[in-house]
Design a protein around this ligand. Structure first.
Ligand code: PMP
Length: 323
């Protein structure tokens, strides 16, 4: 991991190496945390954070599910994210806010454990690499299901949920795939370990619905908006495993995965084995907006001013454009 200078920790920016937790912290044992993953792309020497408001809102929504009251407002957290990126001098980076139950008592009941918030920014390439983005990746259906709705809250980005994702991606790699595809407990297609899924069949765009135990991806929402803008019909619907095998195009979306074409599922080649035309058009439009080649007409971006000259500051000092 490429270390940066500072991490925002409970209200102030501290040196990266000092952002540590006690081994008996509640979250270490019970997965009682919620997190986010954002990206910033460089536009004219400035960091443009993608979906800052939406990601921070999802963090608060996840915390709510855990009855975990953050001692900061969404505005303060957004300012803290900007401060973190600025203090690290980042223009292009990945941003990881993490809220969790800290150290006090070790019972499962968390009420006496403090709610802590850390925000890190660091450089991180696309999850599936340049080759994956250009040529697509090979995926396979996992033997692990996405959690049932009455077990873990799938809509919340809760740290404990990611044991599921970890098992999925480890199994996928063992089988020679880049990613594993989870079915939900009813057997319908759900999502990847860290990506939402899209399919194109006869010009119609299909994606699993929230009821299929997916995480409501911010990128998923952006891609749906772009599809609608392009005049494409989008159906959020139940998708059967075999529908994947006969679709014309398939791609995965996520902050880390961006828009990654899928070349094959369970060794069935998708379309012609090359990224399809709708996938490529969406990918191009998405990157054009994120890299500033096209206008940010949907208001996805929040700019961080003068990243190189930024200085460490407390949460209240967050300045710059709100987003
Ligand atoms: N599903 C899961 C399980 C994820 O971890 C992610 C990454 N956050 C996504 C979908 C995609 O979400 P987003 O587009 O908000 O990054």
């Amino acid at each position: 991991m490429q270390e940066a200078k500072t991490i925002w920790f409970n209200g102030s920016l501290i040196p990266w190496k000092d952002a540590n937790v006690h081994v008996l912290s509640h979250a270490m044992h019970y997965g009682s945390g919620a997190f986010e993953g954002m990206r910033a792309y460089e536009i004219d020497g400035r960091a443009a954070i993608v979906g800052l408001k939406a990601h921070v809102q999802r963090l608060f929504d996840s915390c709510r599910v855990l009855y975990m009251d953050l001692p900061f407002s969404p505005e303060e957290v957004r300012a803290a994210v900007r401060d973190t990126v600025q203090s690290n001098g980042h223009t292009s980076c990945y941003i990881r806010p993490l809220a969790y139950r800290g150290y006090a008592e070790l019972g499962v009941m968390p009420d006496n454990c403090p709610v802590e918030l850390a925000i890190a920014s660091f450089t991180w390439d696309s999850l599936h690499g340049k080759d994956g983005l250009e040529n697509g990746v090979d995926v396979g259906v996992s033997s692990w299901r996405r959690m049932a709705p009455d077990t873990h809250p799938a809509m919340a980005k809760i740290t404990g949920n990611y044991v599921n994702s970890m098992l999925v991606v480890m199994e996928a790699k063992r089988h020679g795939y880049s990613e594993g595809i989870m079915l939900d407990t009813a057997g319908y297609v759900s999502e990847g370990s860290g990506e939402n899924l899209f399919f194109v069949k006869d010009g119609v765009v299909l994606t699993p619905a929230l009821g299929n135990s997916i995480l409501p991806g911010i990128t998923r929402g952006y891609v749906i908006d772009l599809c609608k803008e392009f005049g494409l019909e989008v159906r959020e619907t139940r998708i059967l495993r075999e529908m994947m095998y006969s679709c014309d195009e398939m791609f995965m979306t996520g902050t880390a995965a961006e828009i990654t074409p899928v070349r094959s599922v369970d060794r069935h080649t998708i379309g012609g084995g090359q990224p399809g035309s709708i996938t490529k058009r969406l990918q191009e439009e998405y990157f054009d907006i994120l890299h500033g080649r096209k206008s940010d007409r949907h208001g996805w971006l929040t700019f961080v001013e003068n990243p190189q000259t930024g200085e460490a500051s407390a949460v209240s000092a967050g300045a710059g454009q709100e987003g």
